[in-house]
Design a protein around this ligand. Sequence first.
Ligand code: ARG
Length: 588
Amino acid sequence: MKKILDLITDEMVKAFEAAGYDTKFAKVTLSNRPDLCEYQCNGAMAAAKAYKKAPIMIAKDVVGKLEGNGLFSMADAVNPGFINLNLNPEFLGDYLKEMQADPDLSIEKAKNPKKIIIDYGGPNVAKPLHVGHLRSAIIGESIKRMGRFLGHEMIGDVHLGDWGLQMGLIITELKKRKPDLVYFDENYTGEYPEEAPFTIGELEEIYPTASAYSKEHEDYKEEAMQATYLLQHGHRGYQGILKHILNVSVTDLKRNYENLNVTFDLWKGESDAQPYIPGLVAYLKENGYSYEDQGAIVVDVKEESDTKEVPPCMILKSDGASLYTTTDLATIVQRMEDYHPDEILYVVDKRQEMHFVQVFRCAKKAKLVEEDTKLTFLGFGTMNGKDGKPFKTREGGVMRLEYLLKDIEEEMFRKITENHAIDPEEARATAKLVGLSAIKYGDLSNQASKDYVFDIDRFTSFEGNTGPYILYTIVRIKSILSKYRDQGGTPENAVISQPASDSEKALMLSLSRFNAVCENAFEEIAPHKICSYVYELANNFNSFYHETRILSEENEGQKASWIALLVLTRDVLEKCIDVLGFSAPERM
Ligand code: ARG
């Protein structure tokens, strides 16, 4: 469906034209004075200069041409030259009626759908998921869902951190503890066991132990580096262990992401890009993109307009080892070969921004991507505790995601069971949904690039700008609809008519902006805009609800129209939270 703002603008364009003014001045925006009007056009102010005429004269000319226009119930020229607009209730009712009948709730699918790879999650194998990875998962998942809803082909890739010293450390520690394992027998040529020589619990303990030990013991670290080298150069036994590490880790990661309602289309990792490195290096050298600097291979990526220094992009260290940068460049090569995307979008901690500036510039300069392939970095800020420092456990350690989720669920369970009797099993399931809404909404309602304070008390509140408040609103609507059903009504058959009160009109105006909000939020990769919209919608619904006796209304036609409005509000709210990555229970 055409956006309501575009329909309004079309009328304004016609009016400017009819009044003899350039249509470029016919821009309409949502009113910034909702107490005065719903939409406004300030074009007469700008036109005044061009036509050397008082703005109010122009505004009056244009308003004259809007007389009798079915879209507006009010079109006023006000000093010094604003045009204030209110929509005709009938027009608004008709727009929503059409929206109600549209399975996509007024959203128009992209005319030129894009293929977008979205690189998010980014967990490191063998290290437990911690809250630092939470934001990437939550924000990335939401952007992926937004894109899909708008008709784009979104390919989510978890991009595991499965390459590098951490693997060597695990192997070294494992060898120290279980030297008799067949993987360490250099003469062994048979098949390796199916079963991993460790559980996820052991694995998660092995890595930090090894990492701490290596910091104190130089020879141990040497050994881990040697093991890493051998692993990366095809050591059979070590590759056997790597396979187990990956399997055990990925199984655990999948379970964790599932609890977050986050899924990936691809479970590729840094290790998958390694085979592309030799070819990449040769290509960069042969085509003169890279040069040797003190034994290292580098590509210059600075640009004249830089205000801060952008160091050369290092491809190989002087000892021939590749780096994080090399892996990301090789991954781009791989993705171009396998998917040929229009865009690759990275949702990563903003502290990695310089890394991505280098990688993107190098990829463009060396033509690893096409001229019009978009490479986008969405850097997110830090999740802080109430003390303003990065979020930690009470003991000061890194908070594991699993425990964080459990804590919130417990808190929600307590709140849900506090005031009324409810089946404990249902309460558990509800606590899970509401808890997830608290975390995700708490995160997504902030602009991604900003740091924010993870405030459990605020996020789990049923009042204010929170996930639980949104769910509570949806549940309230569901409960009215079910009572209507009990009265013998069929909500699905009800049809929206025009608004009968200011609060109803305000709700309808919010609903009518749904398609514009979704499009804009995706364009700006800004899930927080969906959050502000759901919050506005929930508030408008609640005002309407408090003023309106829906179920006891005697005029059945009026009642049905309100019920239809509730159905649409529920559908739009549920679509929004689905895009944000959580869902609502039936009751709570
Ligand atoms: N594993 C990395 C980390 O924990 C994040 C990976 C981000 N994605 C990428 N293509 N570099 O910091």
